[in-house]
Design a protein around this ligand. Structure first.
Ligand code: SF4
Ligand code: MG
Length: 318
């Protein structure tokens, strides 16, 4: 039993999510996961972009940053690189992370920065009244668009694997305990982790409802032969191929669970530290004192330059 308890991660901020929204399940799963991992609120940061789901940091009692549309991962990258000792989690919608923010989504994977991304995937832009998002499939017509969608959908699992994420999973917002376990594993994983969470939008999405998912979802781990973990570099290609095959499955049966894990790949932070041993091992940049306890600068521009010169990677002969 966790010493802090789930209640310690709640805030008293009023939520304006629609009653029955899947975001409530994702929030509960996060709070439970944080409690069971006994995350220190002082060293945990939840970062978001813009959208219904991006209100999440207001409701979790850790450090929170509610940023701008599509830029949650960009902020999270800066936070993690300035202080690699923090636990950093990003919440965003399918529109925020896979539309306007998709370049940052790809960049996080290829760098393999130790950040967890939770996609609230409801196939619509809920906050702006239900337009088709990048995960709505071609030919589908949710209730707030007048004619069926004419664009192909992005497959978040396939995109994450192609981008280089080293932990790739899919959860379901209404299976809170199952999702909680995925979130715990994603946070504990060293490297870029993503969980594509199927999240009913009860107001605008009348296709992907709780009933729709109830009849179709199954857990990958129920197959005793399913093994998504890369234990030797030689297995990587095969593990990626089996994950991509599963990622294509969508219809009468939809898989949730862990698709792919590679714990062998080094993180961007580790590579950076090899280039400049001062980084992190001695002192993360965020630990340098540049202001007093009231936030007043204690150093001028010249001292600032001198202080942060230690973090510049020196190239021999230049
Ligand atoms: Fe949730 Fe949809 Fe309402 Fe947004 S519009 S709060 S996603 S149900
Ligand atoms: Mg959405």
């Amino acid at each position: 039993m966790a010493s802090r308890g789930m209640a310690a991660y709640r805030t008293d901020v009023w939520s304006d999510w629609c009653p029955g929204c899947g975001d409530f399940g994702i929030l509960a799963a996060m709070q439970k996961a944080f409690a069971e991992l006994e995350l220190d609120p002082a060293t945990t940061v939840v970062v978001s972009g813009i959208g219904c789901s991006s209100k999440t940091p207001h409701f979790i009692n850790v450090n929170g940053v509610h940023t701008i549309h599509g830029r949650g991962i960009a902020f999270a990258t800066g936070i993690k690189l300035a202080n690699p000792r923090l636990t950093v989690v990003v919440n965003g919608g399918d529109g925020d992370l896979l539309g306007i923010g998709v370049a940052h989504f790809v960049a996080l994977g290829r760098r393999n920065i130790d950040v967890t991304v939770i996609i609230h995937n409801n196939q619509v832009y809920g906050l702006t009244k239900g337009q088709a998002s990048p995960t709505l499939r071609k030919g589908e017509k949710v209730k707030s668009i007048p004619v069926p969608n004419i664009q192909d959908a992005v497959n978040p699992i396939a995109l994450a694997i192609a981008s280089g994420y080293t932990f790739v999973a899919r959860g379901y917002a209404l299976w809170v305990d199952h999702l909680k376990e995925l979130i715990k594993k994603a946070i504990q994983h060293k490297g870029a982790a993503v969980i594509d969470v199927l999240q009913p939008c009860v107001t605008y999405n009348d296709i992907y409802t709780a009933e729709y998912y109830r009849d179709r979802l199954y857990k990958l781990e129920d197959d005793p032969n399913w093994d998504p973990v890369v234990r030797d570099p030689s297995e990587d290609e095969e593990k990626k191929a089996q994950a991509l095959k599963k990622a294509e499955e969508w219809g009468n049966r939809i898989p949730v669970g862990i698709f792919y894990v590679n714990p062998l790949k080094d993180t961007f932070e580790e590579r950076l530290q090899k280039r400049n041993p001062h980084y992190n091992a001695v002192k993360p940049p965020a630990f340098e004192e540049i202001a007093d306890s009231d936030g007043r600068p204690i150093i001028g521009p010249d001292e600032f330059r001198k202080l942060f010169a230690k973090y510049i990677v020196k190239v021999k002969g230049r």
